[in-house]
Write a protein that binds this ligand. Sequence first.
Ligand code: ZN
Length: 465
Amino acid sequence: MKKAEDFSEWYNEMVERANLTDKRYPIKGMNVWTPYGWKIMRAIDTHIREEFDATNHDEVCFPLLIPEDQFAKEKEHIKGFDAEVFWVTHAGLNPLDVKLLLRPTSETAMYPMFSLWVRSHADLPLKTYQIVNTFRYETKQTRAFIRVREIHFFESHTCHADFDDAERQIREDYEIVERLARKWCIPHKLLKRTDWDKFPGADYTVGIDTVLPNGRTLQLGSIHQYKENFSRPYDIKYEDDKGEHKYVHQTTFGMSERLVGAIVAIHGDDKGIVLPPDVATIQIVVVPVLAKGAAEAVTAEAKNLYNELKGSGLRVHLDDRDVRPGVKYYDWELKGVPLRLELGPKDIEKGVVTFARRDNGEKTLIERERVTDEARETLARIAADMLERAQKTMDADTVAVDSLENLPEKFIRAGWCGGEDCGHSIENRTDRNMIGTPVDDEGFDGACVVCGKPTRTSVYIARAM
Ligand SMILES: [Zn+2]
């Protein structure tokens, strides 16, 4: 299946052929992580933990089950999630007095505890996060990593003394997104959702969105300002330095295994997936090219090379299977290993190693003694090139319009006065979603695409994946 011909089929085929998941589990949307796929997810989780630990967030781990009465406290929140919740109604043979639900997200598990933890201004800011599985009953067709019912979820939850401090947290979240997305080579935009599309219970929501090869957007994560919307029903109060009791302001930030889906979708090609070096389970594969009579010498030198690279902290694999080199190349290209080192008897004679880049197919001869330094530099170049290429593709897929007629299947940018009527009109007339208005000032100066009123606000319109 070719990516350019049928992206959707190509994607479904690639996640299985590259062995990231095994979709044969008997419940739809609950995928089995294979060892290879799980290591990629773990690398991403490690990056997330590093960032949040470095910004003074503390990792916590809350229970999976939430009692119905706690869940029901914030009215908008329960309305938003009611149709997606899995319920536990029995314990053994006995019906439960209070039904329990599997967390769709953890506000209602955490906040009753936060109300006990937060006492005085000295307890603030409270910055926590957890990486757990959450459950949402998706009614649309499920798709590995992109639309699932059991979600591998990262969520941060913070409490602040006032609105300004919560806003500072959100700006820190933007910086974290920027650093992480660079590691994962994912181009993206921060887009503030419309009021009718924000997270249930939020004051406002900012989505982290990327564009897939089929022109659809994929939300990679979201950041929310709650103000006092949850602290009031959950009674999360602190005593300020004048002895007054005040409600905290709260924020959250969530991301999921969609990041793996985005990496596959954005960087993969007809040969397989292409992993960013920071994410790759195996960054470098060493392939000995054996020839009659020289097999022993080549194998020994390949082992030396492997040990040297491994010793320098790179994630390297020596493929010494008894199959033709062509078969090995094919397998590792399918699995997206960023860099392949080939070593044959002639290379040993000349004192060189062949470097083959997965991202662009480029092959270079490198002097044997420079291999480790050069490998490190090549991986850095691969990461920079992958991000640059993906950013260029996203830019090319972004099309500014001043009319809603004959829209291409792209990421559309248009002027919007901000009025709700004009917004609904855009969605109805285009049969697409208003993804949101940019958080960064893009210097827009134009007119609302519906009413023609001059505006400095643009809105991005697309079909969401
Ligand atoms: Zn308008």
